[in-house]
Design a protein around this ligand. Sequence first.
Ligand SMILES: Cc1cc2nc3c(=O)[nH]c(=O)nc-3n(C[C@H](O)[C@H](O)[C@H](O)COP(=O)(O)OP(=O)(O)OC[C@H]3O[C@@H](n4cnc5c(N)ncnc54)[C@H](O)[C@@H]3O)c2cc1C
Length: 463
Amino acid sequence: MDSAELIDRLQKIVEPGYVLSSEMDLILYSYDASLEKAKPDVVVLPDSTEEVSKVVALAHKEKIPVLARGSGTNLTGGTIPIKGGIIVHFSRMNRILEIDIPNRTVTVEPGVITLDLQNLLLEKGYVYQPDPASQKVSTLGGNFGENSGGPHCLKYGVTTNHVLGAEVVLDDGTVVWLGGKSQDNPGYDLTGLLVGSEGTLAMATKIVLKLMRAPEGVKTMLAVYETIEDGANTVSAIIAEGIIPATLEMIDNIVMRAVEETIHVGYPLDAAAVLLIELDGMPDGMDDKAEKIMEICERNSVREVKLANNEAERAVLWAGRKGAFGAVGQVRPSYLCCDGTVPRTKLPEVLSKVIEAGKKYDLPIGNVFHAGDGNLHPLIMFDDRDPDELERVHKLGTEILKICADAGGTISGEHGVGIEKLKETSFIFSKSDLEFLRQIKRAFDPHEIMNPGKMVPETEAMQ
Ligand SMILES: Cc1cc2nc3c(=O)[nH]c(=O)nc-3n(C[C@H](O)[C@H](O)[C@H](O)COP(=O)(O)OP(=O)(O)OC[C@H]3O[C@@H](n4cnc5c(N)ncnc54)[C@H](O)[C@@H]3O)c2cc1C
């Protein structure tokens, strides 16, 4: 089917104004937050499950690649149409369909912005916990696709722990429901399989999420360190003591400097690193826990621990953390955010190897990451107009993931594999592991039209 006919057929499914195909539109949809780029043939913005189903059925009949897109903030090329085809952009399917307080669930369309839902729930005294730092723009469909984490996921778990069910469109346009509001669904745990499958198996058109009561008390602290090692050792020591804070985030000196140049948070610029520590829950006993944490920080040579005295001070500390990725643009125009996870006791050793690797490739690395989860985010800063730097960035990124894998960790904590880490899957999966993943893909999508070329190398030769 030629392009004109495809557009014509799509305009019979989705209102013509929401079928985009100008050169400018296609360029706008050719990138996401990764370093990759490729243009789709056409973009559609459906308004209902029925429209999504018809678009996917057409793609299936004509063997045209089709991929789901939320806000395109993923960091691994998950929404880059490397084989062309149709992008299904979910921005119009952004309705919060039901807030069911007695059953503690909320049902949403995939295009709802994560923070919009969280703000609305908070007014009612409830929270949807997973809070990717991109929550101001990311969508719940994208969070579903990537199994996103966030600063509060140490205590509460990542997206998959909060998705109870979903309505999904399969590769041939069939609509099915997986899971639901009830607690224990028989059959295969297909919801678990689909969350984090990067849109390679099906598209979610409705998602049922778990609600929790908003915590009654919160205490936020900033612990300041002369060395990164002391900060990293504090992380393991707090958890070994039996305390699981809501948050344990680390920010190093390079990133603090960048943040201070954009938002004034008051980070100590002469320190090597800070730990943002947040306790939440019942106010009873929280002071004791905070004191215990301060003791542990002192045992690990903390310089000082600052306590946020009110909501305004807390908001400032968080603004620094949440604005950190954007702020590194102060240092160099581009960054590659690596995302590896290691057992948290390995953090000091792995961080020093990462810093050494940066020196080897002569590239600055900043660190701002979910330390409690052992989830590192080395930000390699560079100028993407310089091909030599770009080549070194890719090599360094691969080396960092190898360091994580060799330390008993893995190549993604939350950003997925996309296209950026296809080769690196060989660091953690054997050939038979990968073949098994390919069999699952073929069972769902035998014609390989759903976000093809992502997450699992298509052939053994690509491993
Ligand atoms: C500054 C910054 C900070 C970030 N911080 C974090 C963080 O703290 N934690 C974290 O986990 N990530 C983080 N990310 C990465 C990113 O924001 C998350 O992966 C987020 O979930 C992507 O949401 P999105 O709406 O942009 O999805 P997109 O990028 O549009 O899509 C992501 C993937 O999901 C698939 N998808 C989209 N919609 C659907 C659907 N309806 N059904 C099935 N699959 C679908 C896509 O095909 C793609 O593979 C950050 C990114 C940036 C730029």
